[in-house]
Design a protein. Sequence first.
Lengths: 273, 258
Amino acid sequence: MTFEELISSGALRPFKGGVIDSSVSTSLPLVAHNIKSLKVDIAAEQQVRLVVAYTKSCQAAVEINLAPNSSLELVEVYLADSYANITVNQAENSRCKSLVALLRSSNATYTYALNGRNAESVFDALFIASGSEHATLNLNTRHLISDCRSASLVKGISAGRATGEFHGLVYVAQDAQRTDAQQQNRNIELDNSHIVALPQLEIYADDVRCSHGSTVGYSDAEAIFYMRQRGISEADARRLQIEGFVQDVVSRCQMEPVCALVHEAVTDKLSKI
Amino acid sequence: MANGQQPNMLKIENLHASVGDKQILKGINLEVKAGEVHAIMGTNGSGKSTLASVLAGNEKFTVTEGKVTFLGENMLELPIEDRARKGLFLGFQYPVEIPGVTMANFMKIAVNEKRKYNGQQPLTAAEFLKLMREKSAIVELDSKLTARAVNEGFSGGEKKKNEIFQMAMLEPTLSILDETDSGLDIDALRIVATGVTRLKREDNATVVITHYQRLLDYIVPDYVHVLYKGRIIYSGDKSLALKLEKEGYDWLINDYKE
C-alpha cells in the first residue's frame, strides 16, 4: 500500500491546518500530505494524532502549538527529497511524542520549545541514506522553563556513497532547573558512506539531569560470522543485522495503520542497500 | 563408538593457520568418524579455539598450509555458510548478541537455508513452531527466550543452552563445541551436557573443546587429544582426561620438543 492509497482508503483524515479543539473529530489520525506550510493549534486538553507525509519533493514549514494539558502523537515520513522545518511549541503539561522516518535525500529540522512547566517531548527518529543520497536530521530541543523532560533516540544508517548527518542540540536555559534531558544517537556507516554526528549540550542551569551519547559503528563482523555459521548467507546476515539495528525505533511507532506502512518503507529501503 | 570401518567424516591434515603475523596452528592432524566423540584439551593459548574458528571458516584467520576434508569435500574452499549447511556446527565460546533479531526469526532462516541446500522444502510456520518447542525442551530453554533478540540479555547459562538448542534445531553432522562448559554452574553444565548426549547419534560426531575434565564426566569421549603450541602432541582414550586433571600438563609438555 502507498500513502496515497492509505489516505484515499479513509483510514486517515486529511487536514489543512488550523485550530483543533473539541469541535474537530480526532477519532482518526489526521494527515497532512505534501504540504508547503501547516499551522496547527492544539487546544487545551486535546489529544491529537497527526501524520505528515512527504511523497513528492517539497519544501515545508510546520508550526505546531500545544496548549496546556494537550498531547500530540506525530509521525513524519520522508519518501521524497524534501526540505522541512518543524517547530513544536509546548505549553505546560503538554506531551509530544514524535517519530520520524527520513528515507530520502532530505534535510529536516525539528525544534521543540518547552515553554511551559512539566512539558514532555519524546523524539524517535531514523534516517537511512544510500546510493548518493544526503540525509540531514537536525534536532533542537529547548528547555526554556523548569521541570520539563525530553528524550530522544536517533538512529542513522549510511550506505553506498551516501552521507547521513545528525545535528542534535539540547539547550537548557538558566531558569530551566530540574530539567531531565536524554539524547541518544547511534549510527552505522557501511561501504564508502559517511556519517556526520554532532551531538551538543548547552546548559545554563545547574540543577539538571542531562545525558547524551553518540556512536558511529560499522557492520559487526562477529555477528555476521555467527549468523553465517548457522547457514545464513552473508547478504541475509547483513540485512538482519541492520534491520535489527533499527528495530527499536521502528517498533516505537504505534499509530496504525500508518506504522505498518512506515515499517514496510524502512524494510524496502534496507533491502536495497 | 569408534568404528574402524567407517570412512572419515572429517580429516585434518597438517593444518597451519595464522592471525596477522602470528602462526597459531602449526600442523594439526586429526581424523573424526561418524559416531565418535573427540575431546580436545590443552592450556590457554594452545590453539584450541583457533582450531574451531578455522574449521568454521572465520576470516580473521588465514590458513597457510594443510588440508581439511569434510564429507569428502575440500572444506577450506567452502564459504562459511555452506560449511554450516553441509552439517558443520560451531558452539561458540562467546555467543554473539544480535540486537533486534528474534531467536525465532534467526532460527527459521537458518533451518530453511539448510533445508534448501539439501533440496528440501522450507518448513511451514506450524512445523517450525513444533520443532522449536521440541528442541527447546532438550536443553530446558525457557520458551520465552525464543521471542527475544538473539542472546541479548541472556545470562551466561542461557547463552550456552541456546547454543545447544540451535545445535538441536540444525541437526548437524559434525558439532564442534568450543568451551561450552566455561562459565557454567553445575546445574547448567548438567543440562547442556545432557542435551549434547541426547543429540548424539550413529551418523553424527562431536568434537568437544574443553579445559576441564568435569564436562567429560557427562559427555564421554572416545578419544582425548592434547593440543600444545599449535600441534596435537598426545592422544589417548578417556582415561587421559582423568590423568590430566590429576597431574596437569607438565609431564606432557616437558617431554615435548618443538
